[in-house]
Every structure is written in C-alpha cells, then in structure tokens.
Design a protein around this ligand. Structure first.
Ligand code: HEM
Length: 236
C-alpha cells in the first residue's frame, strides 16, 4: 500500500509508455496496409485518452458521494499522472489522425463544417491537456500558487469539448445499439450525475434557503436530457 502511494505516478506513466508501444507493435503485426494501421492506432489512442480523462475527472466526485470507497489517497494522488497520460495518448491520436489519416494542412480546405468544428474542439482540448502536462510537476504547483488550481480546473473544459469532438466525428459512436456508444453515454451520465450531487451540496451550503431536493431533481433531469439529446443527435 505504501509502495503504491509513493510510486503511483511513476507506475501510471510507465504503464502508459509501455501500453502505447505495445499497441504500436501489436498493430504493426495485424495490418499490412499503413493507412489502416494509422487509422486503427489513432482510434485506439483516442479511446485510451478519453478513458484516462474520465478516470481523472471521476475521482473527486466519486469519493465525495461514496467517501468509504477504498484506496482514496492513491486515487487522489494518481489524478495528475492520469492527466499527463491522457495528454500523451491524445497527442499521438491527434498527430496520427491529422497528418497520417487526414493528410495534413493541405487538406483543410476540403473539411466540411462539422469536421472543422470537431477538429477545433479537439485542438483546444489538446492545448488544455498540454498546458496541464507542462505544469504537472511539484515545482510548478509551488511556483503558480492559486493559479495552478485555476488552470487545472480547465480539465472540465477539455472533457466537455472532447465529448462534442467524439460525438461529431468518432466513427465508433454511430450505431444506436452499439455496446461502445451505450457504455460511453452511460459512463458520461454517471459522471454528470455524481457532479450534480456535488454541485447540489455546494449550492445548498452557499444558499441555505434553496430547497436541495428541487435543485437536485432539476439538475438531474437537465443532465439526462442533455446527454440523451447528444446521443440521438449522433446516432440518427
Ligand atoms: C488537433 C486535435 C485532434 C484532431 C485533429 C483529432 C482528429 C480526430 C479524427 C479525424 C477522428 C475520427 C477518427 C475515426 O473515428 O475514424 C477523431 C476521433 C476521436 N477523437 Fe480526436 N482529434 C483531436 C483531438 C482529440 C483529443 C484531445 C481527444 C481526447 C482527449 C480526442 C479523442 C477522440 C476520440 C475518443 C475519438 C473517437 C474514436 C473512435 O471513434 O474510435 N481527439 N479525432
């Protein structure tokens, strides 16, 4: 336990690099066609990046709602490394998709508006992840003081933009009864649900005259409507 707590960040980063290499060499063995190889790898790295952002985002609300869950100190300590790993996979995904699959800057003029918007959202999310990675060392935390927390709250923006990026162009998220799409949407709803409980708690503490149950119900309905509408927007 003490070993895990001390080295969790190194373990996550080493596992990230090993997994990226493993996927690369495994895919090389599977595909003889280079375009197919890059497209598959680009998607695999993208899915891993999204999963890592998801884990880094869910740690705080899940321990808030279920404080008795085990491994809390390890999970809290691992958040920064999860963000850095997400950036590594997202960067590899973006480079492969943009330069190898899409064909680079020369092809931008052929992009339709939904692809253009999706690329832009992906790019902003990538810049946010890069800024967080660049300031992820303890030295930066000390130097930046309160601004570090403010900057690192932008992970919520990155997560939000990636949701739209994926719904706009992710080819693995197009079928109505596809297990991946349903799992992705349910996972997103679960995260939003936990965050709404946290927000509800904060609102009630700040504005004690508000009725907690009413706020909670409204928030939950809004969130469910939001996610379901995104889901139908994509699959129909
Ligand atoms: C400049 C930045 C980016 C570019 C140019 C880009 C490009 C693309 C493209 C072309 C696709 C469609 C691939 C396909 O499904 O066939 C895609 C899908 C996707 N992107 Fe990005 N992306 C960028 C940033 C990001 C970031 C920062 C993330 C997450 C952290 C991300 C996560 C995803 C995911 C999860 C998919 C769906 C993959 C699938 O359907 O299997 N992208 N991206």
């Amino acid at each position: 336990m003490f070993f895990l707590l001390k080295y969790i960040r190194y373990i996550i980063l080493t596992a990230t690099i090993l997994l990226a290499l493993l996927l690369y060499f495994f895919s090389i063995g599977q595909y003889t066609n280079l375009s197919a190889l890059y497209a598959e790898l680009g998607q695999d790295y993208a899915l891993l990046a999204v999963a890592l952002i998801y884990f880094s985002l869910i740690i705080t609300p899940i321990y808030f709602v279920f404080p008795k869950l085990p491994f809390k100190p390890i999970a809290i300590k691992s958040r920064r490394a999860l963000g850095v790993s997400a950036f590594i996979f997202a960067l590899m995904h973006a480079l492969l998709e943009f330069f190898k699959v899409f064909g680079g800057f020369g092809n931008i003029k052929y992009l339709n508006s939904s692809y253009l918007l999706s690329f832009l959202l992906g790019l902003i999310a990538l810049v946010v992840l890069a800024a967080m990675t660049a300031t992820s060392l303890n030295y930066a935390v000390k130097k930046m003081g309160k601004y570090w927390k403010i900057l690192h709250r932008f992970i919520y923006l990155a997560g939000f933009l990636v949701v739209f990026h994926v719904y706009l162009i992710g080819s693995d998220f197009v079928k109505f009864f596809d297990l991946g799409t349903i799992a992705y949407t349910l996972a997103l709803m679960f995260l939003l649900f936990l965050e709404s409980i946290r927000l509800n708690f904060w609102l009630v503490r700040k504005y004690p005259t508000l009725k907690p149950k009413i706020i909670f119900s409204i928030l939950t309905v809004l969130i469910i409507l939001f996610v379901v509408s995104l889901y139908f927007l994509k699959v129909n």
